[in-house]
Unconditional design. Sequence first.
Length: 357
Amino acid sequence: MTKVFLSFDFYGAGNTGDDLMLEGFLDCFTDPDIEFHCCVPRNYLHQQYRFPKVKFSDFKSRTEISSQCRIWIGVGDTPVQVKSGEWFINRLEADSEQIKGMNSDYYFAGVGAEKEAVERKEVFINILKSVNHIWTRDKATTDILLNDFSIPPDKISTSSDLANISLERIFRSGDDSEDRKYELGFCYYDENSGVKDLDNIGRFLKKFKKGKILLFGNEINKKGNFEYALYEKMFGGFRKYLYRNIEIYTPDYFGEVKTCKLVEHYKKCRTVMTSRYHALLTSAWAGCRLVSLERSSKVTSLAEELGIEEIKKPFTLEKLEKGYDQAKTIDRNLLTQLFQNANESVKGLKKLIDNKL
């Protein structure tokens, strides 16, 4: 039995994109001789039901459990980033120091990098020295690692986001546009939202007369300044009686076992406008018309990969209305290629693991 340690510990916190990536990765593993372990600093019961292939444990057991694993894998997300605070870089530094004293192999699968992380260049270069091989989720990430962080080319393979694997299965039935209840789905979050941008977003939503609007979040956490805090400020309380065409929706993240249930509302939206990476990708697979709202380099890169225009800051009412009018769906062949790229990357990783068995 080969023990594999999943070193990223953000799973189960409430971000549906994290679940899509992890599920896509695990879907590729059917080998009973591989035992996955993951330690998270939160209640993990919902994750244990959702991902039975992984043995989740409390964070206090992390050093003991990880030390028993011959292989470490950081699965998904954007480890090379600074916009979301110091927590990720602190975890990566601690992991890098631990694995230096171990006889274990360390891989990153389906990961992204933000251009903004160059401000901590030396720290990330030191961290990435500990990683045997990196499968990136797009060419933009590969270019950043090669050109801005001077990572050797033989340590990098360009692939696609791991969520493409699970999304291909979830939305395999294709388009069902006749059943789309909401004319617009809106999912907005930004670490650095400007007052004028938020005011103009509010004006756009309040003036929207073309049908029903569904406000939802990629991050379901109602604590902190995430999507739902913004929606409540705009449309909570008595305001919900003034704008009856607007509905705020929260999936049952902590109670639902099946990941597909967390994203089924996408199929009810004809158009989706979002600043969230995985909301944009999920909307593409769900057959929605897409509008990307500028937030960070990773979202911009995905918009470019999907071949859609991105609304740049500062947001204005005119830009938002024009973006909605020019929204378009994504060619299924392009999405299928992303799925195949992601699938091949995990196959490459599996081959390396098999050589260790």
